[in-house]
Write a protein that binds this ligand. Structure first.
Ligand code: NDP
Ligand code: HSE
Length: 452
């Protein structure tokens, strides 16, 4: 192998992930040099506070607060600060100085991905971001490279560890949302302010990144339909379990056709959904992540592992650093990402899926028939109906296979209705009409059923 000059690596950030990256770069220096064909020299680490305690032993001489100065002398810049600014300006400065960039910053990529990609393309550099979605799990490279000759039809991802931990604890231990969130926070899964996790913002950022890659189309994060898990109750999780489902917060990226207009496009959405306990994603427990990819030729693929954690995420970062270094050694411009398909981003109304609707209704003759007729009027086909009748005296419930509408009863009953695939529009009109019926005490929940 031709000896090549050592490459200068600048690190921005030495927090949970950055500190581990610094350690691995130092400890694995010789092995990485053999793999790359050039040494990777860590020339400095930009932080806010050079005296702050670190989670890994790092040579104090490496720390600086002069990020811009550090960037200017680097071949590869690793951005692990997080947030939009100054990370965006630093990355643009790095690209314009001729450096390749490695980042795990999903918030920045979801908001400014096209701008960063354009800047990289203009100077023949490359932005690598394997760590930005699902931590240690290789999913960016498989979508960008391994599946480049195939057509992705749909991605179902559990891409937020905090929410998976909470929902799993509610499912396995019958815990409440509040308690499960408290444990997730105590264990360090959730952020100090867990809003981004539990309201689905973090998963929406990852969905925007995955959809862009899978469908060669810019997907602004604002176009990702987002619902969090704060409304999910222990009762819903228990009922899902009884019916053979599990509740998961899913990031879904899909090629769809709007049923009314016939427009072909992309749907990117995040919401809590029911999936069959037989589906591979149902076996993703605790804080783990998994991405299930359905491709035309490859069929179904699942990528599973740690979606967060300093050392785990550092593995994905180092993989990108090696790729960037190999490209420097080999020469030639970076590989530009294509958004040539430029598909329409379709709203949630264009989606078709299955639904589970839970209603509290008067337990009286004809109620089930009335509800069934409303589904039929809107063209929504019902797959199953289950009823539990609440006794007026005791408040206890007994499950019936199907509504019987006993004429003596004057209490209420719970109806759990699962539909065949229906359009979101038809379903929401059906539910609105149902809610207006006098015999309907309340619509307890509407959950989508995914993964069929
Ligand atoms: P941390 O908050 O733990 O660390 C951030 C680091 O950046 C700190 O060292 C901080 O310096 C430094 N920093 C912040 N702002 C500035 C600034 N303006 N100038 C210089 N340095 C600055 O973040 P993480 O390590 O958890 O995450 C880093 C990135 O990786 C984020 O984009 C995150 O989304 C992503 N990521 C994280 C995962 C994880 O499991 N943690 C998983 C996947 C992706 P100082 O220490 O002096 O305050
Ligand atoms: N807060 C995120 C999660 C960290 O819970 O998955 C990884 O992106």
């Amino acid at each position: 192998m031709i000896a090549y000059r050592n490459l200068r690596v600048a690190l921005l950030g030495a927090g949970s992930v950055g500190a581990q990256v610094a350690t691995l770069l130092t400890e694995h220096h010789d092995e990485l040099a053999s793999r790359v064909g050039a040494g990777l020299d860590l020339i400095g680490i930009a932080v806010r506070d050079v005296d702050a305690p670190r989670t890994a032993p790092i040579d104090p001489a490496l720390f600086t607060t002069d990020a811009m100065g550090l960037i200017e002398s680097a071949d590869i810049v690793i951005e692990l600060m997080g947030g939009i600014e100054p990370a965006r300006s630093y990355i643009l400065h790095a690209l314009n100085s001729g450096a390749d960039v490695v980042t795990g910053n999903k918030a920045l990529l979801a908001a400014h991905g096209p701008e960063l990609q354009a800047a990289a393309e203009q100077v023949g550099a490359q932005v690598y971001y394997e760590a930005a979605v699902a931590g240690a799990i290789p999913i960016i490279r498989p979508l960008r490279d391994s599946l480049a000759g195939d057509r992705v039809k749909r991605i179902l991802g559990i891409v937020n560890g905090t929410t998976n931990f909470i929902l799993d604890k509610m499912d396995v231990e019958g815990d409440t949302f509040e308690n499960a969130l408290a444990v997730a926070t105590e264990l360090g899964y959730a952020e100090a302010d867990p809003t981004a996790d539990i309201e689905g913002y973090d998963a929406a950022q990852k969905a925007a990144i995955l959809a862009r890659l899978a469908f060669h189309t810019d997907v602004p994060v604002e176009a990702v339909h987002r619902e969090g898990i704060t409304q999910i109750t222990a009762a819903q999780v228990a009922q899902a379990q009884k019916a053979g489902y599990v509740v998961k917060l899913l990031a879904i990226c899909e090629r769809i056709t709007d049923p009314s207009s016939g427009i072909d496009g992309v749907s990117a959405r995040v919401y809590p959904a029911l999936i069959s306990r037989q589906h591979p994603l149902a076996a993703v427990h605790g804080g783990k992540n998994a991405v299930f990819v359905e491709a035309e030729a490859a069929g179904d693929l699942m990528f599973y592992g740690a979606g967060a954690g300093g050392i785990e995420t550092a593995s994905a970062v180092l993989g990108d650093v090696v790729s960037a270094a190999r490209r420097h050694v080999a020469g030639g411009p970076g590989v530009a990402e294509t958004t040539h398909a430029n598909l329409t981003i379709l709203p949630i109304d264009s989606v078709s899926t299955r639904y589970q609707i839970t209603l509290e209704v008067s337990d009286a003759p004809g109620v089930l028939a009335r509800i069934a007729s409303l589904f039929s009027e809107h063209g929504v086909s019902v797959e199953t109906v289950q009823q539990s009748i609440a006794s007026v005296e005791s408040g206890a419930t007994r499950p019936d296979a199907l509504a019987t509408g006993t004429s003596e009863s004057s209490g209420t009953a719970t109806l759990v209705i699962v539909t065949h695939v229906a359009s979101e529009r038809a379903l929401s009109r059906t539910v609105a009409d149902i809610a207006d019926q006098q015999v309907v005490v309340r619509v307890e929940s509407v959950l989508r059923v995914e993964g069929a």
